[in-house]
Design a binder for this molecule. Sequence first.
Ligand code: ATP
Length: 452
Amino acid sequence: MAKPPPSLMDKVVSLCKRRGFIFQASEIYGGIGNTYDYGPLGVELKRRVKDAWWSRVVTRRSDIVGLDSAIIQNPRVWEVSGHVGGFADPLIDCKVCKQRFRADHLEDARCPDKPSKKPGEHHCELTEPRSFNLMFKTHIGPVEESGNVAYLRPETAQGIFLNFLNVMQSARLKPPFGIAQIGKSFRNEITPGNFVFRTREFEQAEMEFFVPPAENERWYEFWRKERFQWYVDLGIRPEKLRLREHEASELAHYSTATADVEYEYPFGWGELEGIACRTDYDLKAHSEGSGTDLVYFDPQTRERYTPYVIEPAGGVDRMGLTFLIDAYAEEELEKENRIVLRFHPEIAPTTVGVFPLVKKDGMPEKARELEEELRTSGFTCFYDEKAAIGRRYRRQDEVGTPYCVTIDGDTLTEGTVTIRDRDSMAQDKVKFDEVCAFIQEQIRNYKVAPTG
Ligand code: ATP
């Protein structure tokens, strides 16, 4: 039987390995279940995604500040937050194939012995759903006793609640205000999968926005729209995105309303980010649990209250994967096909490719000079003098570099270079001294390509 053609997901995974975005972790030892390492371009992509998030959520606003809290906190934190008791996925075991499935994902799961069927539809023997705690446990100090148990944080949010007073007082803030954090979280997921969509170790970008209770609705509306729009502004095709309001039965114990920004992945619609009304649940729970009153006192109105919280919480790895999948395109050109990642320039891991047309006549020296200038101006660059110029363009298309500058004969005689645009493949002649300004201008005016 002929092998089926690779799916979009297969193509993205293979490109990620081939070009150095994402590798299997511990690969030379056979890997370790669904854990990945980011290579040179992957690190750069992830850094760009985090910078774009931070810029929009923190730098551009006067009412939100940052935090970097510890991964290991006092274990009481996770008892009080409800994670020790309740942070569990309902799981079903199959006694025949010995696989585990999430009870709430059974519809999308496949029987490993007969992939055309769902678990339960073949010769399966399924158990009743059982609860499984998702937190990774460790021990503090040299002795592994139950009294020394600590947990790796399963979300960054709790570190923010713990520092509510510290941050509010030191930064002299009053509600409405937000605290943002990007950092690693850990969950002992039972059914990880779909590449970096669900892993056991991942990065989260979370923000807790503290508001007077009466302003809860207004800010919930604001953050749902704002977070959706961020993805659109960075080039994700709007028709592949939707905002889905949770049914009452889906809501977490702390939430009165939640909406997910979902993306249509090759494996179906999936959560990219959640925007949740967490009410005053966490601050009240930690006030009670710690004996420290986590409230706001308004000196003007003499009012004392526990703020409500709106939380946009996204996964950085999922964001990166989404940008990769959404950017991936194969195009038929006159003479050949090309693979191109149509990243928004703000997200692209390399911004500028710098090429001498040939490896002689002083062109490499001029190209190196330009590369140095671009790097000093803050652009990520890739210098390439190998292979024909067409091949070099294709290689940069495949990793999504939006601009390539070629130093040619005219550079030496007229002082101009050729700048080639990844999307239109159009080439502009630009003065050598104006390359930085030209590229800055292009990025500023970048329009997300119309979709079709
Ligand atoms: P899911 O339903 O997919 O398990 P969740 O609702 O438990 O996700 P949250 O607790 O709301 O997720 O976490 C916020 C964000 O963190 C998610 O929207 C997702 O982008 C990311 N995230 C959560 N779990 C993982 C994971 N195991 N791997 C990668 N990213 C994750």
